[in-house]
Structure formats: C-alpha cells, structure tokens
Ligand binder design. Structure first.
Ligand SMILES: Nc1ncnc2c1ncn2[C@@H]1O[C@H](COP(=O)(O)OP(=O)(O)O)[C@@H](O)[C@H]1O
Ligand SMILES: [Mg+2]
Length: 319
C-alpha cells in the first residue's frame, strides 16, 4: 500500500467479500460494546470469520464483554510500530471463528492520534481478511471517530430511549453526515458552494440537512447530483437498546422515520434489545450472555440483528 492510499482513506476499500460493521452512537454507556461483542459472537457462531476491534482507546472494555482477559497485545503495538502487521494484534477468543483486537490501555484517546496514524489504522482495517469486521466506537463526535464510522458498509447507531441518548444519536448522525460531505466537497470542487449555502442557511431555506442537496443541485446540477449519489451510500441502522416497553421499541421506528426525512438518506430500524438484568449478571461473571443466558429474549433479539447483517453473505451462499 502506498502513501497516497494511506493518506486518503476514502480511497480504501475492504477486502472483497468482507463487510465492515460499525457500532456508534455518540454517547457512552448505551450498550455499544455490549452490542458489538454479541454481534461478533453470533456472527462467528453462524460460521463467519469475524474480527472485532475495540476502537475505544481511552477506556477499552470489549474484552470484559467477551469474557476474555485483557490481551497482552493491542493496537497501540501497531500504532507505535512495535508490530508491523495489524493482524498480529488480533487474539483468539473462546469462540473459534472470532478474533479480537483490543484498544490500548495507556489512556491515549483516538482523538489524539495523528492523521497519519489514523490513515495507517484505517488502511490496516481495510486490509484485514475476515467475513465481518466489527468496529466498536468510543463516545463523542471527534473526526477520527466519525471517519471510522464512515468507513463501514453497515452503520449502526445505538441509542437508548433516554432523551439525552436520542439527542446524542441525532447529533452523531448529523456530525457523520457533514463529515462525509466535507470529505467529498473538495474533491468535487463544491467546497465554496457548500460554505456559501451553510453561511446563510436560513436565507437559503436549509432547514434540515437534506435541503442542502436541493440547493447544491440548483447551483451545480451535475456535481450536486454526484455528491447526492455519494451521500446515498451512507445509511443508518438504528438499534434501540434497553427498552422497557412496547412504546420504547416503537420509538426506534419513529427515530428511523424522522432521520430518513431529516437527512434524506436511507435509514433503517434494525432492531431493539430489551433491558435485562441478565446483562449485568453475565458481565459480573465475566461470561458472554450467549453462554450464560441462552434462553433470554435478548438472545433472539441479537440473533435477529446478526441475521440481518449476515443476509448478503447468506444470499451469496444460496446462489
Ligand atoms: N440491554 C441491556 N440490558 C441491561 N443492561 C445493559 C443492556 N445493554 C447494556 N447494558 C449495560 O450498560 C452498561 C454500558 O454498556 P456498554 O456496552 O459498556 O456501553 P458503551 O459501550 O456504549 O459505553 C453496561 O454495564 C452494560 O451491562
Ligand atoms: Mg464501549
């Protein structure tokens, strides 16, 4: 891989056949790591070679959700050059087809890594050979977190029914939306147009992010359409976690519908996970939920999400 590719992660693409799934959501404590780890376990159990990466450099805890000890190697070894190959940071888990790459535990934040290191990391993630690569993001909307979010094919936005979590999820999707525009506007020579429109958003009748496209297309029909087509590749998969009632489950559906209108992008309600003390009990025993509580409702709810993610692979297998 040459430097041009490294410095321009937009040009990267995952190994043929491999799918990158990211779990983000802007807020901490909403179950991103719980969901990521369990999706990894379920996909691996379905027979897919899966790698799960803890992208929370500041507070990595994915190993606990997986019921594993903190590994001796983590991706800090790769970033500091102690390990040349990113794949060597991957450690085996108790699930035969599941490997896992830990974040570092030296309190370094992803936000603080250099642009060069971020590009190296993204290039290395694209280069992993696996059916599924799952990225478990940290909280916040730092550009490095957003870039990892944008590099995936499936963009899971996790939230809880709590109003602050809902607000954070919108803020996170909005930040991802504008980050993606930012990455392409210069390439399409639309940066001045976008900046001009956003400076006078009200006058230009840009009330929601999706209005931006209509205005760009009005000023620059061809390039505007090209940008719109690029942006359509971004879609959001909403997962509402810790639901305690049917009403809260339905909230996931309405958030997906509102987001679709707001961003003008495909948004899907991928599923819900109910609140269950079993999560806490399993964590306390350092045992994954699938082993400790295989008969819980959560089991079938996670399975349904994992099946949705696996469906393109399953279709290929049937053909
Ligand atoms: N569906 C659930 N039911 C009950 N507790 C949950 C559920 N999902 C997550 N939790 C708990 O919420 C806490 C935060 O989860 P975690 O996955 O670490 O969040 P994040 O990665 O978003 O910071 C954990 O203690 C976990 O046990
Ligand atoms: Mg986490």
């Amino acid at each position: 891989m040459n430097l041009t590719t490294l410095n321009n992660p937009i040009r990267g693409s995952a190994q043929p056949g491999s799918i990158i799934v990211v779990v983000g959501g802007g807020k901490g404590g909403i179950g991103k790591s719980f969901l990521s780890s369990n999706l990894g376990i379920f996909l691996a159990n379905m027979g897919f070679n899966t790698v799960i990466i803890d992208c929370d450099l500041g507070a990595p805890n994915l190993h606990t959700c997986l019921g594993e000890e903190p590994p001796k190697v983590n991706f800090h070894n790769f970033l500091t050059g102690k390990m040349d190959n990113f794949v060597d940071c991957a450690v085996a888990t108790q699930f035969p087809k599941l490997r896992f790459i830990s974040g570092s535990n030296d309190h370094q934040e992803l936000a603080n890594i250099s642009v060069y290191d971020q590009s190296r990391l993204m290039g290395a993630i694209y280069g992993l050979e696996a059916d599924f690569t799952i990225l478990d993001l940290s909280a916040g909307t730092h550009t490095s977190t957003l870039d990892l979010f944008l590099m995936a094919e499936r963009h899971i936005v996790a939230l809880t029914p709590d109003p602050t979590s809902i607000e954070n999820a919108y803020r996170f999707m909005r930040a991802a939306f504008f980050r993606k525009i930012k990455r392409y506007e210069r390439q399409l020579q639309l940066d001045a147009v976008v900046a001009g429109l956003m400076q006078n958003a009200q006058e230009n009748e840009i009330r929601v992010p999706s209005d931006l496209f209509n205005q760009i297309i009005r000023l620059e029909p061809n390039k505007g359409q090209e940008l719109k087509n690029i942006m359509r590749r971004l879609s959001f998969d909403i997962v509402i976690n810790q639901t305690r009632s049917t009403k809260e489950v339905q909230l996931g559906q309405s958030i997906a519908a509102v987001s679709k209108k707001y961003f003008g992008l495909h948004t899907n309600f991928l599923g819900h996970l109910e609140y269950d003390n079993a999560v806490w009990h399993a964590l306390r025993k350092r045992r994954p939920l699938i082993l400790e509580f295989p008969h819980s409702n959560l089991y079938s709810q996670i399975l349904s999400i994992a099946r949705d993610l696996a469906s393109p692979h399953l279709k290929k297998a049937v053909i």
